[in-house]
Write a protein that binds this ligand. Structure first.
Ligand code: MN
Length: 349
């Protein structure tokens, strides 16, 4: 293996997953129930029961926030992880359980950060099922736990944040300056079949399609006209949305003019303007120079950040690949370090 080059910057990985053992016990109960969500069963049901080396590695690493994880970070040359409760987090739970477990998980996360403050920061888990409780948890998380970002694992039981009934969450996030990471979830019941029958429902393709759709729904619903200071984060090179920008702008304008859909209303700006002004994009799962540089050219070098997607994509050699990108030292430092420090409020390390 080619050694990872020395570098004049720190490396902050911004989409790194964990799971308290208590959540795995809860998931076991959900999976043992009747009428289990097919996407959840296909994803966590697989990881929690497969004897494969990859699945067992992931389950072990997800539940460790001390020796194992720190050793892997040292091995890969990762100075700091921004942690998020693994998908689907509390969004697969019933509403009451989601509200109480979100508090537990956020306290659990704050404990890990206080044990290793130079190595970890995090994102709050939100019980999206109860938008007012989720808004209160943002408030509690910022004030009591000092956590300054939040994660939402795409749809919640097939419902999307484009619905104004969820907008208390956006109001609280905007008010507190808390960026929301829109992370993939397994596909909802009414979408999964044509993906699952060919084995393409997961991280290979389905996650990106569904999360990209969700981000676009948020844009076209006018969320950023209502909450102009709100910042969101999407992984996996923006779930391909930067690549779609030209067509999205052209067809959005054409669709507004045609008055074909009640739900497509005029916006103050073009869809791509919101990508540039209200989104940050991480390269989680995509250690690929052309896609990273293209995205920088669309949304700007201040809005593209490094992420590993540990432990799902623990690929040490990718760090070296990214260090060897043909990119100025200044822009590389933004990508690996300073954009994340600014966005997540991470102090000197
Ligand atoms: Mn991830």
């Amino acid at each position: 293996m080619t050694p990872t080059p020395a570098r004049p910057h720190l490396r902050i990985a911004t989409e790194e997953a964990f799971a308290p053992p208590e959540m795995i016990r809860l998931y076991e109960k959900i999976l043992a129930g009747s009428d289990v969500d097919p996407g959840f069963k296909g994803l966590m049901g697989f990881y929690m029961s497969s004897p494969s080396e990859r699945a067992r590695h992931i389950m072990r690493c997800l539940q460790d926030l001390d020796e194992v994880r720190l050793a892997h970070m040292d091995e890969a040359g990762i100075d700091h992880q921004v942690l998020a409760l693994t998908a689907p987090g509390v969004q697969i739970m019933d509403t009451d359980t989601a509200v109480s477990f979100a508090r537990f998980a956020n306290d659990f996360l704050a404990d890990a950060i206080s044990r290793h403050p130079k190595r970890f920061s995090g994102m709050l888990t939100l019980p999206v099922q109860d938008p007012r409780a989720a808004a209160l948890e943002i408030d509690r998380g910022v004030r009591q736990l000092g956590i300054r970002a939040a994660v939402i694992n795409s749809h919640t039981h097939g419902q999307y944040l484009s619905d104004p009934k969820f907008w208390d969450i956006f109001a609280a996030a905007e008010q507190h300056g808390v960026p929301i990471y829109l992370h993939p979830n397994s596909l909802p019941r009414n979408m999964i079949e044509p993906f699952q029958e060919c084995g393409l429902d997961g991280a290979i393709y389905g996650f990106g399609v569904e999360t990209g759709l969700h981000a676009l729904r948020i844009i076209t619903a006018g969320v950023f006209d209502r909450f102009p200071r709100l910042q969101m984060i999407i992984g996996h090179m923006g779930e391909a949305l930067p690549f779609w920008s030209y067509r999205l702008d052209y067809m959005h304008q054409a669709t507004v003019r045609s008055k074909r859909y009640e739900s497509i209303k005029p916006l103050l700006k073009k869809p791509s303007d919101y990508l540039r002004e209200n989104f940050h994009i991480t390269n989680s799962g995509v250690a690929w120079e052309p896609a990273i540089k293209f995205t920088q050219s669309i949304v700007g070098v201040d809005r593209v950040l490094y992420a590993m997607d540990y432990p799902y994509q623990y690929a040490v050699e990718e760090v070296g690949l990214l260090e060897r990108m043909d990119m100025s030292a200044e822009d590389k430092k933004k990508f690996f370090q300073t954009n994340a420090q600014a966005l997540f409020g991470i102090g000197p390390l």
